[in-house]
Design a protein. Sequence first.
Length: 232
Amino acid sequence: MSISRHDEEHFVHRIGWLRAAVMGANDGLVSTASLIIGVATAGSGHPEILIAGFAGLVAGAMSMAAGEYVSVSSQSDAEQADIAREAKELVEAPEAELEELARIYVERGLDEDLARQVAIQLTEKDALGAHVRDELGISDMVAARPLQAAVVSAVTFAIGAGAPLIVAVLVPVSQVPIAVGLATLVALATLGGLGASVGGAGIVKGALRVIFWGTLAMVATAAAGLIFGVAL
């Protein structure tokens, strides 16, 4: 008799790279589009608008990479410190650690005898792995990966920033604010829906929330450009 495999791909497996990718692309779109619109509404010419947009793309991508790397590295450092402390405690007080593991399983619904049997068997197989997973809550799918987060954030930021920049290149300077704004809203709606879909959430909800904040950012920057353009 054949045995069928029950393979499931859970959305939580995508948390690490999905968060960095969505954040990077969204920031690239919103910040670069807002920058272009702000410079354009201030009365700048085409060269100045494109220079500002390209500079924003490069600076934003590097800033995202650095920020994600530092942030996720801090998380990774904390995880490694906890793992090292747990390894030390397993050497110094193995019985206490066994009891601690058994209590965790009791709290999750197992009776005391079964919880202790499970704790003993997992300890014999991989004591540190059991404590890292069940006591500290650290697993491969959610563990911090600084380099991955940095690269994904930088690349997706550049991709997102490229969309409004291309529009600014193609349209006359007088049409830049409207054209970039509309193109960015379409891109944000697509990105928000796609990110929500990949993450298992509602597509409409995901699209609307990025459209709202993107519109707010572009309107605020356009207003700032108009004010400073008149003042200067």
